[in-house]
Design a protein around this ligand. Sequence first.
Ligand code: FES
Length: 155
Amino acid sequence: MASYRFSVNGAARTVDSSDPDQPLLYVLRNALGLTGTKFGCGLGQCGACTVIIDGDAVRSCITPISAIAGRSVTTLEGLGTPDTPHPVQAAFIAEQAAQCGYCTNGMVMTSAALLARQPDATLNDAKLALAGNLCRCGTHHRILRAVMRAAGRTP
Ligand code: FES
């Protein structure tokens, strides 16, 4: 059993695990109760499990806990609150950019990471950033409008 120390949503956390390959996704959902991060494919293919680690959008289902020791993880819960949502969350609400909502975590987290490093992102930048995030409902147009709204652009 080893202890892994890292930051989650600004708070220091220590998680004990006997498996250094345990996916961060399981740690977040099962050990820390942060269920905003979704299990989709479990294979790094869909993006539903995306979190932000040290500024980068990362797929937590294929990120082993041993790789995040000492790092800073932000989940959907750490992005904003119902009273003070992150601009991307507010834009997704304004544009009603969810249908079933299962992909929304990944869409929001990937978009937030994009706009943090590139606040003036264009529609094409958003398309490229979200190309690997799957939405089976076909809500892409509303999602992209939301990202452009958050970027202060008219889509
Ligand atoms: Fe991680 Fe699909 S659940 S990419």
